[in-house]
Write a protein that binds this ligand. Structure first.
Ligand code: B12
Length: 255
């Protein structure tokens, strides 16, 4: 059976990129193509294989900081407690410029730090305003470091914490991890009424919904929301305290 080659514009359309991007891939040898009468022709099987390769996560070796993530997290905690936004910001920017993915920075530095701050507040070692000020710094840092990776999005996802739960940070962290893994994220924030999540799912038909839960007394409500969202045919995942963002990325990809 003979192969019906397609032109480069068609290949670019199939890959969801501009012609120039596909052209660059051909020139760099990443996408095999033949130049026939001044026109690039591509085997559709090569386009398909290329699309699959692009979906696979690049193997990245994470350079661990010289001091180790544990010590960096302690440093970060101290900066948050002292309200030193510049020091906290430059810790994260430094890791980012060393090539550490934001998801890893959150898992290894920011989340442990917030857990320590929560424990210290619980034990009466920190005041509420110190915790609030540290939280505000983290919100600002995550806002400034939102990932915007190249390439086609895996799908769309709604992320929220449900009504009665004011902990918006885990949702913000989930949003960052999913964005970094090439999802189109609709962050719906904290304290979101269940009816609004349902409304969103009906109107926007996301491929996935993620809700984060920080308070154990919300579990019953969350279970009922999960059932309602699933009844619409929308897949839903629940993030709980101590849950891993790398696991979220894996679960989100598993259909
Ligand atoms: C900041 C904070 C607040 C802020 C939140 C602000 C904001 N914008 O988020 C404010 C001041 C509003 C707040 C309020 C309260 N808080 Co509070 N808070 C915290 C604190 C210090 C950090 C929260 C946070 O961001 N955690 C994020 C990370 C670090 O935690 P995580 O829960 O493990 O989340 C991970 C997973 O969810 C994962 N993930 C996300 N999505 C998904 C999805 C999947 C599928 C997977 C696998 C994983 C995943 O990502 C996250 C990072 O890895 C925690 C301490 C702590 N241990 O978390 C207390 C904490 C959660 N709060 C607590 C309490 C008690 C309260 C209040 C009741 C206090 C009060 N008396 O008013 C209120 C409750 C308000 C309400 N109705 O919700 C307790 C809860 C104890 C409990 N188990 O019941 C904690 C644990 C503090 C403590 N040690 O006692 N809080």
């Amino acid at each position: 059976m003979s192969i019906v080659f397609i032109d480069l514009q068609t290949a670019a359309d199939q890959l969801g990129v501009h012609y120039q991007t596909a052209y660059k891939w051909v020139r760099s040898g990443q996408l095999p193509a033949d130049l026939v009468c001044n026109k690039y022709l591509v085997d559709p099987a090569e386009v398909e294989a290329f699309a699959v390769r692009r979906q696979q996560p690049a193997v990245r070796t994470v350079r661990r900081p010289r001091l180790g993530f544990g010590n960096v997290s302690k440093e970060f905690t101290a900066a948050l407690i002292e309200g030193d936004a510049n020091r906290a910001t430059s810790t994260v920017s430094g890791l980012a410029s060393d090539g550490v993915p934001l998801t890893v920075v959150i898992e290894e530095v920011i989340a442990p730090s917030l857990r320590d701050i929560g424990t210290a507040w619980h034990n009466g070692e920190l005041s509420i305003w110190q915790e609030h000020r540290g939280t505000a710094i983290v919100e600002r840092i995550l806002g400034e470091h939102q990932p915007n990776p190249r390439g086609r999005r895996r799908g769309s996802v709604a992320v929220a914490a449900l009504e009665g739960d004011l902990h918006g940070l885990p949702a913000l962290m989930a949003a960052a991890a999913l964005r970094e893994d090439n999802w189109h994220v609709h962050l719906l924030g904290a304290n979101l009424p269940a009816a609004e999540l349902m409304d969103f799912c009906q109107q926007e038909s996301p491929d996935l919904a993620v809700v984060t839960v920080s308070m154990p007394d919300r579990e019953e409500h969350v279970a009922s929301v999960v059932a309602q969202v699933e009844s619409l045919g929308t897949r839903i995942l629940v993030g709980r305290p101590g849950g891993s963002l790398l696991e979220l990325q894996q679960l989100a990809k598993t259909s």
